[in-house]
Design a protein around this ligand. Structure first.
Ligand code: TYM
Length: 332
């Protein structure tokens, strides 16, 4: 009998234009892993509405992210690409798991704590239960591996806890997933404040590189990156700006940070920044033109997400039915 290929699930929210952080922390690794796994790559639009979204921007970004997946090299013939809201099992499973999640564990999620700061009572409840929806995404496909950046590690631990809790409460149902966190791309930092993660929700455009930024913008933003006055290229926490640029180059070129350091021994920041900018441009330019092409071919995109939803619906519904039966719901 053919052995079951291990399963990968991952997703990106269409809550803002994608950054180099999303690319190096997640997407680039998906491309590398796709041949060895049965992969589900989702555009998680249900997650995006935990923050108010302009409907037309949400629509554009959802399709743009799908295009970015394909343009980055994810083969739609071999992988399941779909849009989360097309697969109702995610919302249903999320309710079932919400009923075995604790207020305490959800209040400890650092992303919730960060996002809810200064929001007082008007924080929406979706932000609070969001990690349960993420757990449902993952568990419905009996996922073995979840390739994400390090900011998602805590959410993944919750998914593991919820899987184990359900398996224990009823009977073995879910595979307990493992995280896959890349070495150099795990946490790309803000270019203006390298103690913070690069984020698509940052107010200052100089703080991030967007996947769709034109070359001139990338050159400008990298040249303005906040560094230090030491003038040596070292991989150390004392030089967070330089460390971040080393990580970026290392992730793009697939070489170790130590190799980057030895390549730039005795060289100045200006030259280093120039090379980092050119490496980013070289990596992103072909992807950008492919995205533009794909965005002009909505029929093709539709054929991909429809086919993806069909497969995802079939697989997730089987797991959902199992959950419902074990909980004690009458089979329909
Ligand atoms: P999101 O949309 O914030 O980010 C998508 C992916 O990009 C990674 N990432 C980064 N990696 C390195 N450096 C950065 N500065 C950086 N910023 C973002 C994230 O770690 C993530 O892998 N909750 C998730 C989406 C999600 C999901 C899932 C992921 C929903 N369901 C199931 C995996 C499995 C999120 O908000 O990611």
């Amino acid at each position: 009998m053919e052995e079951r290929k291990k399963v990968i699930f991952s997703g990106i929210q269409p809550s803002g234009d994608l950054t180099l952080g999303n690319y190096l922390g997640a997407l680039k690794n998906w491309v590398n892993l796709q041949d060895s796994y049965d992969c589900y790559f989702c555009v998680v639009d249900l997650h995006a509405i935990t923050v108010r979204q302009e409907p037309k921007d949400l629509r554009r970004r959802t399709l743009e992210i799908l295009s970015i997946y394909i343009a980055a090299g994810i083969d739609p013939e071999k992988n399941t690409l779909f849009i989360q809201s097309h697969v109702p099992a995610h919302s249903e499973a999320s309710w079932l798991l919400t009923c075995s999640s604790y207020m305490g564990e959800l209040s400890r999620m650092t992303q919730f704590k960060d996002k809810s700061q200064n929001m007082g009572d008007s924080i929406n409840a979706g932000l609070f239960v969001y990690p349960v929806l993420m757990a449902s995404d993952i568990l419905l496909y009996n996922t073995d591996l979840v390739p994400v950046g390090s900011d998602q590690k805590q959410h993944l631990e919750l998914a593991r806890d919820l899987a184990e809790r359900f398996n224990h409460l009823y009977s073995p149902t879910f595979t307990v997933p493992e995280p896959y966190i890349p070495k150099s791309g795990a946490k790309i930092m803000d270019l203006q404040d390298p103690t913070k993660k690069m984020s698509k929700s940052s107010q200052n455009p100089n703080a991030y590189i967007l996947i769709m930024d034109p070359p001139e913008t990338i050159r400008k933003k990298i040249s303005r990156t906040v560094t230090d006055s030491l003038g040596v290229i070292n991989y150390t926490d004392d030089q967070p700006g330089i460390k971040n640029l080393i990580n970026i180059l290392s992730a793009i070129k697939d070489i170790s940070p130590e190799e980057v350091v030895s390549l730039y021994k005795g060289k100045g920041y200006a030259e280093f920044k120039r090379d980092v900018a050119e490496a980013i441009i070289e990596e992103l330019e072909p992807l950008q033109s492919k995205v533009k092409e794909l965005m002009n071919n909505k029929e093709y995109l539709e054929s991909i997400y429809k086919r993806g939803a069909e497969k995802a619906n079939y697989v997730s519904m089987k797991t959902l039915r199992k959950m419902q039966k074990k909980i004690g719901f009458i089979p329909r």
